[in-house]
Design a protein around this ligand. Structure first.
Ligand SMILES: [Zn+2]
Length: 134
């Protein structure tokens, strides 16, 4: 189960284009050369940005209550409550027995958060050790 949530810079670093894949085309009559991603993905070069966006979305998708539990205080998520989803923030103010808040209201029952949820903010993303901050 994935409980690590990489930052955008980590996702971008993991999905840089590196080299090419060659494909036989039209029964070997011609070769097609497509760029290859560091993860092994290979497709038309125009689709690489979409691939990276998809990887970023997957890195931010919360699918289990175990992943919800593992998230630190200060995390913000959007669930699948409605068409647009509801925003929940994990308590950062010492109210430990009520982990998730929505619209100023505590949510004791985690089943009110409809998975899968999308990670909007993770506190680790503010404290990347290699990131220079002003
Ligand atoms: Zn990739």
């Amino acid at each position: 189960m994935n409980t690590k949530h990489p930052s955008l810079s980590q996702v971008l670093a993991d999905h840089q284009l590196s080299g090419d894949s060659r494909f036989s085309h039209k029964n070997g009559q011609s070769m097609v050369q497509w760029p290859k991603c560091a993860c092994g993905w290979s497709d038309h070069p125009n689709r690489h940005p979409e691939h990276v966006e998809q990887m970023w979305r997957e890195a931010r998708t919360i699918t289990s209550s175990e992943q919800l539990d593992a998230l630190p205080a200060g995390t913000v998520i959007r669930d699948h409550q409605s068409e647009f989803g509801c925003i929940f923030e994990k308590s950062a103010d010492g109210e430990g027995e009520v982990p998730w808040w929505h619209d100023g209201e505590p949510h004791y029952d985690l089943t009110e958060i409809n998975l899968s949820a999308l990670l909007i903010h993770h506190p680790d993303w503010d404290t990347e050790p290699h990131t220079e901050r002003r």
